[in-house]
Write a protein that binds this ligand. Structure first.
Ligand SMILES: [Zn+2]
Length: 315
């Protein structure tokens, strides 16, 4: 059997990672360049002359004496953790295909499980915001999916009790190969909900293929084309193979969520789903993921724990 090139691609080895980001200054310099590619600029007055004080924790403008830190205004804001811990977390999360539990993450980083959980939620938020800024386009297959609830209540799928509904969508090439996926929690499968979702996550003129569930024509109000393909028989058989990829992805994400996290509450589900999408969408670029995620993190606004906890993330 031919090797699957994605499965066997080289990620970033731990040795290579440590050589690149093994101490505080090796982490500081790339972040500095990500934040100020042309060199330091005072956030208040725009001057570039500055000095570093308190062992490089604070940068002070020589003109107006405003003090700022490298990570102020980013997802790393007010962190007390060394940057090496953040980079190692980025490494572990970005390379773990099935996710990593906060217990395991905490043990590996040498921090408490609670701290690890906060790190993870912040990085998940970074991943979500990044993918949310890049709508799917051209050809997208869409389906309804559900997380949690009672396993054996006699009702399966649509209409089952206690389950959290989410939209599963995947963009395909003309040859039917998967490009990117987006999994988004919704309040329910109504036409209005799907219109709102499509306005955020699909480019206009996207061709959306669905199984014809009543809510999916809602994407037409977001200027997308909708083509229902009713190919499923009573036992769920997908006659034309249209839903093959979307079904594979729903299955593998749910398996990984069950296997790694056991319990994910409905309010946190959107971030967990986003984590899987982010990795899947960059599966050809495993070796550059640390750099890229650190770069995006420097452009993601702070997310205080208070908001992480309360935010009922939708879509
Ligand atoms: Zn200044």
């Amino acid at each position: 059997m031919a090797k699957n090139p994605i499965q066997f691609q080289k990620g970033l080895s731990l040795t290579a990672f440590l050589a690149q980001y093994g101490d505080e200054s090796k982490c500081y310099h790339p972040l500095f360049t990500f934040r100020w590619p042309q060199g330091f600029v005072c956030p208040k007055c725009g001057h570039t002359d500055h000095c570093q004080i308190a062992s490089r924790k604070v940068l002070q403008c020589n003109y107006c004496h405003t003090q700022t830190s490298l990570t102020a205004g980013t997802i790393f804001a007010s962190t007390k953790l060394p940057l090496t811990v953040w980079f190692l977390a980025i490494y572990l999360i970005s390379q773990a295909k099935n996710g990593i539990s906060s217990l395991h993450l905490g043990r590996t980083l040498g921090v408490s499980a609670n701290t690890a959980l906060r790190i993870k939620h912040k990085l998940q938020q970074t991943m979500k915001e990044r993918d949310d800024s890049q709508p799917l386009h051209e050809l997208v297959v869409i389906d309804d999916a559900y997380w949690g609830g009672k396993k054996y209540d006699g009702v399966r799928g649509r209409g089952a009790t206690g389950k959290t509904p989410f939209v599963a969508s995947i963009s395909l090439t003309e040859e039917g190969h998967p490009v990117k996926m987006r999994l988004s929690k919704v309040i329910g499968f109504t036409k209005e909900e799907l219109t709102g979702w499509a306005k955020k996550h699909l480019n206009p003129d996207t061709l959306v293929v669905s199984d014809g569930l009543n809510c999916f024509p809602g994407v037409e109000d977001a200027d997308c084309e909708h083509e229902p393909i009713i190919s499923r028989t009573e036992n769920g058989y997908d006659e034309f193979g249209v839903f093959k990829w979307v079904n594979i992805m729903i299955g593998s994400v749910k398996n990984a969520l069950h296997g790694t996290y056991h319990h994910v509450s409905p309010s946190h589900l959107p971030r967990y789903l986003a984590e899987f999408c982010y990795r899947f969408n960059r599966r050809f670029e495993l070796h550059t993921m640390v750099d890229r995620l650190a770069y995006v993190a420097m452009r993601t606004p702070p997310m205080p724990q208070r908001l992480l906890k309360l935010a009922e993330v939708r879509w």
